[in-house]
Design a protein around this ligand. Structure first.
Ligand SMILES: CC(C)(COP(=O)(O)OP(=O)(O)OC[C@H]1O[C@@H](n2cnc3c(N)ncnc32)[C@H](O)[C@@H]1OP(=O)(O)O)[C@@H](O)C(=O)NCCC(=O)NCCS
Length: 158
């Protein structure tokens, strides 16, 4: 597997996360609003693993950490820091991952599991051409509670 280490979008520099990013990334993923929405398997205990391909997005202007996007197997996860939300950054970052990064990883399909109440994430994923394939119930959030979630899939175009 070979992935380019750095990509650029209109406003973001997106590159493979490294140990240097650890403290900032850990802080980002400790945010309650992220922990409530993201699958516990994507939490801070395992920021770097062999199986996970993780990229971080920083602003081109001043290098501020905007968010991260990762896959482990086909499972996609992403988050944007609260102060950057609702400005199109999540869409910009995820689009780059799905259309430019994923094809270079050799993966053929990406899957996103999104809890029902997470409207902005559902909109983001639907805009990226993912198809709804079914409902599931999965552990999410800080309390490890069960939540109803939607499963989406998209083929990776090469
Ligand atoms: C989900 C998340 C990544 C979206 O990031 P973002 O930068 O705010 O996303 P965007 O600004 O690109 O918006 C994506 C879509 O959601 C919509 N949206 C943004 N904020 C919204 C809000 N507060 N309420 C409803 N819709 C919203 C946008 O209008 C856009 O839809 P559109 O393209 O149809 O206009 C971000 O909210 C986040 O990190 N949440 C916590 C972690 C999380 O939920 N991760 C995903 C787990 S599956």
């Amino acid at each position: 597997m070979h992935t380019e280490s750095k990509y650029t979008t209109a406003r973001l520099s997106i590159r493979r996360a490294s140990e240097i990013d650890g403290p900032e990334l850990g802080q980002l993923m400790h945010d309650g609003s992220i922990q409530d929405m993201i699958n516990p398997s994507c939490n801070t205990i395992e920021l770097f693993s062999v199986e996970r391909i993780r990229y971080i997005a920083r602003t081109l202007t001043d290098g501020a950490l905007v968010g991260m996007v990762a896959v482990k197997g086909p499972a996609l996860s992403y988050c944007v820091a609260p102060e950057f939300r609702s400005n199109g950054y999540g869409g910009e970052m995820a689009k780059c991952f799905v259309e430019a990064i994923a094809p270079s990883t050799g993966m053929s399909m990406i899957e996103a599991t999104i809890i029902r109440e997470n409207i902005s994430s559902r909109r983001l994923i639907e805009r990226l051409g993912f198809s709804f394939v079914g409902l599931t119930s999965i552990k999410f959030g800080r309390n490890d509670g069960q939540a109803a979630a939607l499963v989406y899939r998209r083929h990776v175009n090469r």
